[in-house]
Design a protein around this ligand. Structure first.
Ligand code: GRF
Length: 211
């Protein structure tokens, strides 16, 4: 399956997808494009080093957010992309784009949704004082971090955790979970039934995979 990874930041999740899936011939996933809204994104450097086509689409070059999304859509079409994987992409995609890619648009969030949605899932969890947080992979719908949940893995908060130490453990889980979920989607094992996501040929122990 040809996928695109959209990333605004350092791209460690992209790197996990490259190392686990893209570079392995036995895996059913080919990263056909890495797209960023930020020319300085570390994700673009990682794509270059892996020889993956990359593109920058900057929001400020478009009059409206829908025009920005359309430019992204055109780029995905040009690269024959079948599945769009958001990995730290900080722009909110508009309803028209989300509808067009319904069931083919994944995101990873560093908390157990619906808790701590939004841009700072790790900091918000630490400040709230929860004892358990984690990682969620979900299909994207028209809301912010509200789409159908594919997989979740808990991460326990330790008494002496700082945002940095907690982030380190959450990212380690992300780097194992996201490739496993993308693989399952590429294998056609993931079915969307309303808000429920079902896995063909049995459940997957995401917690075992990710820890
Ligand atoms: C991850 O924590 C992901 O959950 C969130 O953005 C972060 C991206 O990190 N959506 P990276 O750029 O993959 O290192």
């Amino acid at each position: 399956m040809r996928i695109a990874v959209l990333a605004s930041g350092s791209g460690t999740n992209l790197q996990a997808l490259i190392d686990t899936l893209h570079l392995s011939e036995s895996e059913p996933v080919h990263i056909a494009l890495v797209l960023s809204d930020r020319p300085s994104a570390g994700a673009l450097r990682r794509a270059r080093e892996a020889g993956i086509p990359r593109e920058v689409v900057s929001a400020r070059e478009y009059a409206t957010r829908d025009a920005f999304d359309e430019a992204i859509g055109a780029s995905l079409d040009a690269h024959g992309v079948q599945l769009v994987v958001l990995a730290g992409f900080m722009m909110i995609l508009q309803p028209a784009f989300v509808r067009r890619f319904a069931g083919r648009l994944l995101n990873i969030h560093p908390a157990l949704l619906p808790a701590f949605a939004g841009a700072d899932g790790i900091g918000d969890a630490i400040r709230y004082g929860v004892k358990v947080t984690g990682v969620t992979v979900h299909f994207v719908d028209e809301g912010v971090d509200t789409g159908p949940v594919v997989a979740q893995v808990p991460v326990f908060v330790q008494a002496d955790d700082t945002e940095e130490t907690l982030a380190e453990r959450i990212h380690a889980v992300e780097h194992r979970l996201y490739p496993a979920v993308v693989r399952a989607v590429a294998q056609g094992r993931v079915r969307l039934e309303g808000r429920r996501v079902r896995l063909d040929s049995g459940e997957i122990r995401w917690d075992v995979i990710a820890t």
